[in-house]
Each structure stands twice: as C-alpha cells, then as structure tokens.
Write a protein that binds this ligand. Structure first.
Ligand SMILES: NC(=O)c1ccc[n+]([C@@H]2O[C@H](COP(=O)([O-])OP(=O)(O)OC[C@H]3O[C@@H](n4cnc5c(N)ncnc54)[C@H](OP(=O)(O)O)[C@@H]3O)[C@@H](O)[C@H]2O)c1
Length: 275
C-alpha cells in the first residue's frame, strides 16, 4: 500500500472523503459502515468539514470512529466566515463535539474568506498549543495566496485542492511549488465525482490491462507522485474495497503516457479549479 509522509506522520496515500454524508438519516448506517470498512482496510485518513450537511457529516464520522479514534487521522475544516480570532476556536469546539473526540489531527481553512490569513493562522496556532488540533492547513488556496501565507508562517501542513486526470491545472505551478517546500497536497474529487471521467476509453483500457476499474486508475494516477493523498468519498461497500486496493496499484510509464495523451498536462497557468 502506497503511503505518504503527512503532517508529521505516515498515512495511506488514499483516505476517505465525507461530503454529502449526514444528509439523509436513512443512509446513516451505510455511511458509518463504509467509513469503518475503510478504516479496517487501512484508509485511516478521514476528511470532513463543518460545512458538510452543516455538521451532519462530522456526526457520521464521530459515530464511525467511536472506540477506534487512535486508528484514524482526522481532518476537518472551518468555514471562512468562522475563520476569525474567536470564530476558529468556537467552530473547533463544535466540530470536536460532533466528532466525539478531544482533538482533530489536521484542521483546515476551507477556502479563503474575509479574514486575514494571519488572524486565522494565529487562531490555529493557539488551538495547537491547547492540544485541540495536531496541525493546521488550508484548502483551495492558489500559489499567490500560499506565498502570502508563507511570508507569515511555514507551519502549514497541506493544501487541499481539486485534482484528477481531467483537472490537472495544479501541475503547472501549485504542485511544483508545494513539492519544493515539502508541502503535501490533498487531492479532492479524485474521481471527478464519478461522472463522465470514469467512462473515458483511455481509463477503461488501462483498467482492463491491470484487471482494475477506471476509478482505481484515477486513484493510482493521482497518488502516483510522492506527497499527494487522494480522498475519494465512497458509501458503496464495493467502492470502499476497490479504493483501498487502488493504494497498491502502480501504473506503468506506458499507462502514464496514454493518460497524458488523453488529458494533456497544462502548459500555462490555469485558474485554480474548485467545486
Ligand atoms: N476542500 C474542498 O473544497 C472540497 C471540495 C470537494 C470535496 N472535498 C473532499 O473530497 C472528497 C472527495 O470528493 P467528492 O466526494 O466530491 O468526489 P469523488 O470522491 O471524486 O467522487 C465521489 C463519488 O464517487 C463514487 N465512488 C467512490 N469510489 C468509487 C469507485 N471505486 N468506483 C466508482 N465510483 C466510486 C461515490 O459513490 P458511492 O458514495 O456510492 O460509493 C461518489 O458518488 C469529499 O467527500 C470531501 O471530503 C473537499
């Protein structure tokens, strides 16, 4: 299983997303079971946010990790409108309560909002000193904002951004910039939300060669380079199983060339894509 040095520890290169979990009470048991299955298969990093189902996803995670907190690397995110000096600790306390734990391993600013980055970073650092969070990081920040952040602090543990074969913009500047600073990237929507991408003939051909699925090829591709963690969200048990197995799938240079032909790497700056 490919692993990544991440925020002071080592995690499997594939983790678990939770967007859209916690919205439908009828799905709750399936969602809890999926996260637990993932943990058992080694997908120890779980990504959530106060935004997801307005706290509902964190509650699902809390139920899933009860009694197994020490097996999990827990990530959550604060809304930009809560990212002020007093807003951050208050939001963190609410998240901790929903997650049923007394610390979050990695706490992220979900995207840039009205508060100065310095103010949010100071609040994160105070949470760190208080032992409420292990590390802090950001999400949806492009290189310009990361530069500004680094002028103030280089304690950032990750930038969580959109990345999959059909969305390669970060390869032009953000990925090389972060690699130079040993800043790991968390790739969100690594399956492009299971839309048309998974039907692409090139991904299907590569998948067939490996006895794998196009989704597994996406995950192997996203995590092919060191310092990238992918966080697919899966509730279907078979999807969880396949995603865990993808952490052991390696693509050949021939596969990578075929993906480059089908989804060319960027040759100029692209605006940071977000969903
Ligand atoms: N920071 C941000 O702004 C941001 C934005 C978006 C997402 N995120 C994070 O990134 C995570 C992943 O992104 P996402 O949930 O939007 O999209 P995604 O992971 O690309 O796609 C999720 C979809 O893929 C399906 N799926 C999962 N594994 C599969 C497999 N092996 N084969 C086929 N289909 C599979 C899931 O179905 P089932 O559920 O039925 O299994 C679900 O419909 C989120 O859950 C969230 O934690 C962060």
């Amino acid at each position: 299983m490919r692993t990544v040095k991440f925020a002071g520890t080592t995690v499997a290169a594939i983790g678990q997303g939770t967007w859209y979990m916690g919205e439908d009470p009828g799905q709750r048991n399936h969602e809890v079971a999926a996260l637990q299955q993932g943990i058992e298969l080694g997908l120890s990093l779980i990504d959530s946010a106060e935004m997801y189902a307005e706290g509902g996803a964190e509650q699902v995670v809390g139920q899933a990790i009860a009694g197994r907190r020490d097996q999990v690397f827990l990530v959550s995110k604060v809304y930009p409108h809560n990212a002020s000096r007093n807003g951050v600790p208050a939001a963190c306390e609410r998240s901790l309560k929903r997650l049923g734990t007394d610390y979050i391993d990695l706490y992220l600013l979900h995207w840039r909002g009205q508060y100065p980055l310095e103010e949010t970073v100071d609040a994160f650092e105070r949470l760190r000193e208080a032992g409420k969070i292990g590390r802090w990081g950001v999400s949806n920040l492009d290189v310009d904002d990361l530069r500004k952040l680094y002028e103030y602090s280089d304690n950032c543990a990750t930038d969580q951004v959109l990345y999959n074969p059909s969305q390669r913009g970060i390869e032009f500047d953000l990925l090389p910039w972060s690699r130079k600073r040993q800043l790991p990237i968390m790739a969100y929507c690594p399956l492009a939300q299971a839309g048309r991408l998974l039907k692409h003939p090139t991904l299907q051909e590569i998948a067939e060669r490996h006895g794998a699925t196009p989704a597994q090829v996406c995950l192997a591709w996203v995590t092919r380079q060191d310092g990238v963690v992918a966080i697919p969200k899966a509730v279907t048990p078979e999807h969880v199983r396949l995603n865990a197995a993808a952490a052991s799938l390696s693509l050949s240079s021939e596969d990578l060339r075929a993906i480059d032909r089908a989804f060319p790497a960027p040759t100029r700056k692209q605006h940071l894509a977000m969903v």
